[in-house]
Design a binder for this molecule. Structure first.
Ligand code: ADP
Ligand code: MG
Length: 461
């Protein structure tokens, strides 16, 4: 060993990196003191020994692959690897030479742990988030989704990673949604509402935030956060409807009241005039009488809902009430070739205003009869639930209601019938509401309509 070699070794021994060298047979030829310290091994013990028999665990780790690469391809390599026997992360650089391989390495465990902890912090924000969180490339292809997102739309992560957001947006919303996405991809955070499609075909109202992912001042993708607002939307719709109802209801009721008195006078005088009218004019009086009767019907219905009346709640037998309704409407049903089939179970007495519930049942059965101009069956099911409620289902085989018109049912004066008033369903909704019950309509155009009523048995006003 000449002086230069001795100096070099001394320097190597003092550097703060671990350093060792191996010959072409992978036997240790030099180990500095830092390396001995980092590897927890005496230099004397390692000297001349084969690296892979001394550290057999390293064979299955990047060490073996990388060192072999350095030697066979004669290139320097750099890599990070965890070494489980020492519970340590090493940052390694290895340089090939004619005599073998020189390796420098550092213990970077603390730094690695800090980074990994930070990553886990961020990952929790993603994984544990109750809102759906996901990321896209600039074309809108999914790069990652959290489990809330899998739940929201029913696809698995693997399925998402095959597609872009485009097929998951309802067609009518596509253009608008795409505009927002493109603005986000251009660097502007977007907040908007849209309609997404669940795997099972359901439409989900979502509130979405799109945030540009910026790396080194460049947008490289887009983050998305979505919240399911379907229920919220439905409640909002309900609220608007019921506010509209009560405003219109109150106004109509006061008008109806004002119309009633003059109407009585008109009706009376009409009768007197009719009795002395020439016979060729009788038909005019009949038409007038019919029209007055219609005005009376409308004002009557309006007053019934809107005028504050004192109602008497009692425990009543719903089956008896239904029986009365059935008798009342039997001739109309017969005339229209409609059979009313009742399926009823034992039910408790229900705390209610009997004549009001009767009105609801009349309205609903009448609508059902009117929906079947060429006859058919109406099935009525009466049963109790496990929840102290009574359930009434009225099912017809009539014309049904187109889906886009379903929301109109119950709006005052909404009718599709030539002689309809458009007040029956509003009245019924109001009455069921005042009994703390619920009424739900499902319908299929051309197949029929189902009205489901739930009434609490012991509702106390
Ligand atoms: P009206 O019967 O006077 O038209 P309603 O308030 O009772 O007023 O009903 C409003 C509208 O709802 C009806 O005109 C009809 O279009 C629709 N509708 C209600 N019930 C049914 C039903 N069972 N089948 C089909 N359409 C119905
Ligand atoms: Mg009606």
């Amino acid at each position: 060993m000449n002086q230069l070699e001795i100096d070099t070794l001394e320097i190597l021994d003092r550097i703060t990196d671990g350093f060792f060298s191996v010959d072409t047979n992978w036997n240790f030829t030099y180990i500095n003191s830092k390396a001995s310290q980092l590897l927890f091994r005496n230099r004397e013990d390692l000297f001349g020994k084969n690296i892979w028999s001394e550290f057999p665990e390293a064979v299955d780790l990047p060490f073996y692959e990388q060192y072999t690469k350095a030697v066979t391809e004669q290139v320097s390599v750099q890599f990070d690897s965890f070494f489980p026997p020492l519970d340590t992360w090493f940052d390694v650089r290895a340089y090939p030479s004619a005599n073998g391989l020189s390796v420098y390495f550092l213990d970077v465990t603390i730094k690695k742990k800090a980074v990994s902890e930070q990553q886990q912090h961020y990952k929790s924000l993603f994984e544990q988030n109750p809102d759906a969180v996901f990321s896209f490339d600039l074309q809108g292809n999914y790069l990652s989704v959290n489990s809330a997102m899998e739940q929201l739309l029913g696809y698995t992560e693997a399925e998402f990673l095959q597609i872009s957001y485009l097929p998951l947006v309802e067609e009518a919303e596509l253009q608008r949604t795409r505009n927002h996405y493109e603005l986000a991809a251009a660097g502007y955070t977007q907040h908007y509402e849209t309609k997404a499609l669940h795997k099972d075909g359901r439409v989900i109202h979502v509130s979405v935030t799109n945030i540009p992912i910026i790396v080194d001042k460049e947008v490289v993708g887009v983050y998305g956060i979505a919240k399911d607002i379907t229920d919220h939307k439905a409640t909002e719709q309900q609220l608007i409807k019921s506010e509209k109802l009560s405003a219109i209801g109150q106004l109509s009721a006061s008008i109806a009241h004002e119309i009633r008195n003059p109407l009585t006078a008109l009706k009376g005088f009409l009768q007197i005039m009719r009795s002395s009218a020439p016979s060729k004019e009788i038909c005019y009086y009949e038409i007038m009488a019919d029209e007055i009767a219609r005005i009376e019907q409308i004002t009557g219905e309006l007053l019934m809902v809107a005028k504050p009346q004192v109602h008497h709640f009692h425990y009543e037998n719903l089956k008896e009430i239904f029986h009365d309704v059935n008798t009342l409407l039997s001739s109309q049903a017969l005339m229209n070739k409609v059979n009313i089939k009742v399926h009823s179970e034992e039910i408790p007495l229900v705390y209610c205003v009997g004549h009001q519930l009767k009105q609801v049942l009349i309205n609903l059965i009448k609508n059902a009869i009117e929906s079947m101009p060429s006859g058919g069956n109406i099935h009525v099911f009466i049963d109790k639930t496990n929840n102290d409620e009574v359930i009434i289902i009225i099912q017809d085989q009539g014309c049904g209601i187109p889906e886009d018109l379903l929301d109109n049912i119950g709006i005052p004066f909404y009718t599709t019938k030539q002689k309809g008033t458009g007040l029956g369903m509003m009245t019924s909704f109001k009455i069921i509401e005042s009994h703390a019950g619920s009424m739900e309509i499902t319908s299929k155009e051309g197949e029929g309509t189902v009205v489901k009523i739930l009434l609490p048995v012991h509702f106390v006003e």
